[in-house]
Design a protein around this ligand. Sequence first.
Ligand code: 5GP
Length: 189
Amino acid sequence: MRELEERIRREGIVEDGDVLKVDAFLNHQMDVALFEAMGREWARLFAGEEINKLLTIEASGIGIACLAARQFGVPVVFAKKSRTRNISGDVYQAEAPSFTHGTVNTVMVSKRFLLPTDRLLLIDDFLANGGALEGLIALADQAGATVVGAGVAIEKAFQPGGDRLRARGVRVEALARIKAMSPGHIEFC
Ligand code: 5GP
């Protein structure tokens, strides 16, 4: 998606450790019009797939998933990273390594909100090693739900997550795919 690539080129900052900072429009300040355009693109790509729910992970997936959900006309469920008083009753749980924090999160979703009849589109901001999406897939599997595919904003294609998920048969649609990056330089696929 050209518009997203241009924003990454203009405002993205490559940090040490293969981290791309896009907090001017995605991870801190949020360009909602851009999110809306991203949602339209996923809706076009996954048209006809009878998706009935979007599943994402807190925190940065939530904003983009909400705008995408308006295009699909479906609700968003987000996996929580810690058990709070806001999550009650039976939950599905999975381990998801955090790329940016170098820790492992236990992610969870209330059993009430993932059903065997669900046809899910997974949404996240970045795809790096694939741990976050694999955690979401594990939650969906526990519920017996169908994962139709994954929509990610930015795939760092030089990291193994995208290949790993596609090898498992997951349809991954990334709106910007980065082939290589270093401070001051970003190359798209
Ligand atoms: P993965 O689980 O695929 O290794 O990493 C994806 C998750 O880590 C995303 O949810 C995202 O929040 C975070 N992440 C991975 N790489 C980057 C990056 O380069 N920049 C930012 N801002 N977040 C990233």
